[in-house]
Design a protein around this ligand. Structure first.
Ligand code: B12
Length: 458
C-alpha cells in the first residue's frame, strides 16, 4: 500500500519557500508517522507544499505520486491549504482514503467532520493508531470518521523522526548559530495552565507530560551528529526545563558524550528563578539562546493569563540568563483582552530593563482550543474571520477593544529595547522612530522599512 503524507504549512511562507524556520524546518509529527508506517513495510512519500510552485504543480504531483492513502497534518492556520489539498485529491483520485491529524484535527474535529474530502480524522497521537487504520483498510474494514489516537505511555517506544522524509536542510534562525542546524523534540505536553493556550495541549497530549529518556535523546543526537555533523540545534519542547532532574542528567550526558554544539530551548521565568543550578548547568552544556514567554509586564495581566509567573520573576530570570551568557528571545503579547494602556506601558518598561537579545511580540491572537478563545467568543470581541489569521503576528487587529494604533507604536518601542548587536529590526525601528518626519518625505523608503519589519516579525 502506498501512503502519501502531506505537509500544508504554507500559510505564512507560501509555495516555493524553503527558507527560514517556517520554510526549512521539518515537521516532526509527520516524520514520526512516516517512521512508524515505514517500520510496518508501507511505501511512503511526501508532498511538501513549500516545495511546490503552486496548486497546478500540486495537481501534477498528486497525479504522479498519490496512491491508496493520504495523511495530512494540520495546524489551525493551515486549514485552508490542508482542505484544498484534500479536495484536489478527491477530485483527481476519488478512491484515495484521506486521513487528517495534528493540532487542528485534535482540537477542532467537529469543524472537519462534515467535510466529504476527509475520510478519517485521527485525534491526538498517531504513530500507533495510523498503522492500525492502514491495516483495517487492507482488511476491508469501514473507517470511522473520528478516531482517538492511542497515547504512548513510554515515549521511547515512539520511533525517531524519519529524517529522509523531509529532504530540507533545516536552517538556524539567529545569526550566531551555525549551520548545519537540526531540530528535535524530547517530550510531549505541558503541565502549565496558561489560558491563551490550554486546554489545547492537554487535548493533544493528555494531562501528564511525558519525556523521552535522556539516553534516547542523546542517542538521537549522536545519530544526527554522524549524519549531519550539526553545529547547532534546537529542542522544540514547549518547556524543556520543567523537570529539573531530567535537565541535569541531560546536561551531564551531553557533556560526557563530548558534545559542544550550542543549542536553543524554551523555558519559563519562574523555573529559571527557582532552579539557578539547572540554568547554570544548561549554560555550561551549551544553551546559548533561551526562549521565554514573558507575555506581559503587568502582574494583573499575568494573573489573568494564569501564567504563574510575576513581573519580578520575569526580570530576575532575565538577569540570571544574562549573567550566564545565555541570550534571551522574549515572547510577549500586546492587546490582550482586558489589558489597559497603562498595562501595555508596564510591558514596555519591563522590556527596557530586560533588554532581550530578540523581541518576539504578537498582537494577542485567540487560538481555538484555549480558554481565552472561549471567553473572547462569549464576549463577542473576536475580529478573526479566517483560519489564516490565527497566526500570532503583529500587523493585524485580532480583537475588539485595543487601540491598535497605540499598540503599533508600543510595538516598535518595545522592539527597540533589543540589546545592541542584533542586526535588523531594532535598528530599523530606531531609525523609523527617530526620523518619522524625514521618512514621510520618502514614502517608498518608509514602506520598504515597514515591509522588512513585517517580514522579520513573521
Ligand atoms: C515546532 C513547532 C512549530 C514550528 C513548526 C515547524 C514545522 N515545519 O512543522 C514553527 C516554529 C515553524 C511553528 C510555527 C507555528 N506554530 Co507551532 N508548534 C511547534 C511545537 C512547539 C512542536 C510541534 C511538534 O513537533 N510536536 C511534536 C509532534 C510529535 O507532535 P504533532 O506534530 O502534534 O504530531 C503528533 C500528532 O499530532 C499526530 N499527527 C500529526 N500529524 C498527523 C497526520 C496524520 C495523518 C496522523 C494520522 C496523525 C498526525 O501524530 C503525531 C505523533 O504522535 C508545537 C507545540 C507542541 N508541543 O506540539 C507548536 C504548535 C503546533 N504551534 C502552534 C502555532 C499556533 C503555531 C503558529 C501559528 C504560531 C505563529 N507564529 O503564528 C505557527 C504556524 C506555522 C505555519 N504552519 O504556518 C500551535 C498550534 C495550535 C493549533 N490549534 O493549530 C501549537 C500546538 C503550540 C500551541 N500550544 O499553541 N511551530
Amino acid at each position: 500500500m502506498k501512503v502519501t503524507l502531506i505537509y500544508p504549512g504554507i500559510t505564512e511562507c507560501g509555495f516555493n519557500s524553503l527558507k527560514g524556520n517556517e520554510g526549512s524546518w521539518m515537521n516532526h509529527g509527520l516524520a514520526i508517522i512516516s517512521a512508524a508506517i515505514k517500520a510496518k513495510g508501507y511505501e511512503v512519500n511526501l508532498i511538501d507544499l513549500r516545495r511546490l510552485t503552486g496548486w497546478e504543480h500540486y495537481h501534477q504531483v498528486v497525479d504522479e505520486r498519490v496512491g491508496e492513502v493520504v495523511g495530512i497534518t494540520m495546524m489551525s492556520v493551515d486549514y485552508d491549504a490542508a482542505v484544498t489539498a484534500a479536495k484536489i485529491i478527491k477530485k483527481i483520485k476519488p478512491k484515495t482514503k484521506v486521513f487528517v491529524g495534528g493540532p487542528h484535527a485534535s482540537i477542532c474535529p467537529e469543524e472537519l467532520e462534515p467535510l466529504q474530502c476527509i475520510d478519517c480524522i485521527i485525534r491526538g497521537e498517531g504513530e500507533i493508531t495510523f498503522p492500525q487504520m492502514l491495516k483495517d483498510i487492507a482488511d476491508g474494514k469501514n473507517l470511522p470518521k473520528v478516531v482517538e489516537g492511542h497515547r504512548l505511555e513510554n515515549l521511547d517506544e515512539s520511533p525517531w523522526a524519519d529524517r529522509d522524509l523531509f529532504e530540507c536542510q533545516e536552517e538556524p534562525f539567529v545569526p550566531f548559530l551555525k549551520a548545519p542546524f537540526v531540530t528535535l523534540i524530547a517530550g510531549r505536553g505541558c503541565r502549565y495552565n496558561c489560558n491563551y493556550c490550554q486546554p489545547a495541549e492537554r487535548i493533544m497530549f493528555g494531562k501528564k507530560v511525558r519525556r523521552r529518556s535522556v539516553t534516547s535523546v542523546i542517542d538521537e543526537l549522536r545519530y544526527l551528529d554522524s549524519r549531519y555533523h550539526f553545529k547547532s540545534f534546537m529542542l522544540h519542547d514547549d518547556c524543556l526545563t520543567e523537570d529539573r532532574r531530567w535537565v541535569m542528567e541531560f546536561c551531564r550526558q551531553y557533556k560526557a558524550e563530548g558534545f559542544t554544539q550550542p543549542f536553543v530551548a524554551q523555558s519559563r521565568a519562574d523555573l529559571i528563578c527557582k532552579h539557578r543550578d539547572m540554568v547554570n548547568a544548561l549554560g555550561k552544556a551549551g544553551l546559548k539562546l533561551c526562549i521565554i514567554g514573558f507575555e506581559s509586564g503587568s502582574d494583573r495581566v499575568l494573573k489573568f493569563l494564569r501564567k504563574g509567573c510575576t513581573r519580578q520573576q520575569n526580570l530576575e530570570a532575565a538577569r540570571i540568563c544574562k549573567k550566564l551568557g545565555i541570550k534571551i528571545w522574549a515572547n510577549y503579547m500586546l492587546g490582550l483582552p482586558t489589558e489597559t494602556k497603562q498595562e501595555v506601558l508596564e510591558t514596555y518598561s519591563m522590556l527596557k530593563e530586560i533588554k532581550p537579545y530578540h523581541c518576539s511580540p504578537a498582537f494577542y491572537t485567540p487560538h481555538p482550543g484555549s480558554d481565552l478563545f472561549e471567553i473572547g467568543k462569549k464576549m463577542g470581541i473576536h475580529l478573526i474571520m479566517d483560519h489564516a489569521s490565527y497566526r500570532r503576528n503583529s500587523y493585524e487587529p485580532k480583537i475588539k477593544g485595543p487601540d491598535y494604533e497605540f499598540l503599533k507604536d508600543m510595538l516598535y518601542k518595545t522592539i527597540a529595547t533589543e540589546e545592541k548587536g542584533y542586526p535588523g529590526i531594532s535598528t530599523l525601528s530606531r531609525l523609523e522612530n527617530k526620523s518619522k518626519k524625514l521618512l514621510a518625505r520618502f514614502p517608498l523608503l518608509y514602506r520598504g522599512i515597514k515591509f522588512i519589519k513585517q517580514k522579520c516579525r513573521g
